[in-house]
Write a protein that binds this ligand. Structure first.
Ligand code: F6R
Length: 261
């Protein structure tokens, strides 16, 4: 079962997960991080960046794989996930740019880009910790409802709901690409540790479905129930529709310190 941790706010979530990523890098200097984009993981990246300033750690060998990318945006578009990962993760953390991979959303090579990305992840030895957000459709990465639990990196069509949600990053809703390339649910499930973060009321249904709902391709987030090590970090609003909330809080309050995250 997923471990559900209810935190006061995004800052507390960022501090908790950044500390666990620091521990991982201290033990494994070439750790492989799975990087989500969107608003949700920003508190983690910011807390990690701040902690690397106050207490430096060699991150030059850290490797990273983004979850997804839009298809067909012009190279260098500020909302391409390559640009977002550079701006929000690589630069503030001082990572080595060549170590950080983002699926290739160029139309010219899209037919082979998925297999190329899968190969690169395998060659890196797999992802150690995968940071995840969740969409209102229940998507992980851009695996919209109906995605196979065994899926690998491939092109997908975004739902209109996701395009609406992501319109805030673009000048006009029509500018949000129709297609993306995303790690599959099968790819995500191969990461050693999944950390799923969610904040706010708008995510409460998706979190309840992912953590406690039926395992179904109609709720891609429910794929986490197949994974042996999942940490779900939520605020009270995102946790509000969880039936067993009191138990999760009780278990976290009494967790043996030696277990870590
Ligand atoms: C982003 C990604 C998506 C987002 C999700 C939530 O790389 O894969 O699954 O995590 O759409 O987005 P935010 O965090 O902006 O609410």
């Amino acid at each position: 079962m997923a471990e559900v941790v209810v935190v006061e706010n995004e800052l507390a979530a960022g501090a908790l997960i950044a500390a666990s990523i620091r521990d991982l890098i201290a033990q494994k200097p070439d750790a492989v991080l799975g990087l989500a984009t969107g608003s949700t993981p920003l508190s983690v990246y910011r807390a990690l960046a701040a902690s690397l300033v106050s207490d430096p750690l060699d991150v030059s060998r850290v490797r990273g794989f983004a979850l997804d990318e839009y298809v067909g945006l012009p190279a260098g578009h500020p909302e391409s996930y390559r640009a977002v990962i550079t701006r929000e993760v690589v630069e503030p953390l001082g990572l080595t740019a060549e170590n950080i991979h983002v699926p290739n959303g160029d139309l010219a090579s899209i037919e082979t880009a998925g297999d190329d990305y899968e190969r690169a992840i395998v060659e890196a030895g797999g992802v150690d910790v995968q940071i995840l957000g969740i969409g209102r459709t229940g998507h992980l990465g851009f695996n919209e409802p109906g995605s196979s639990f065994a899926s690998t990196t491939r092109i997908k069509t975004l739902t209109e709901k996701t395009r609406e949600d992501n319109a805030r990053f673009f000048d006009s809703p029509d500018d949000v690409p129709m297609h993306c390339i995303t790690q599959g649910l099968g790819t995500i499930l191969r990461a050693k540790h999944l950390v799923l973060l969610a904040f706010g009321d708008a995510k409460a249904d998706a979190i309840a479905a992912a953590v406690e709902g039926a395992v179904t391709a109609s709720q891609p987030g429910s794929a986490i129930q197949f994974h042996p090590q999942v940490t779900v970090v939520v605020d009270e609003a995102a946790a509000s529709k969880l039936t067993n909330l009191a138990y999760y809080k009780h278990a976290w309050a009494h967790k043996p310190a030696w277990q870590g995250l």
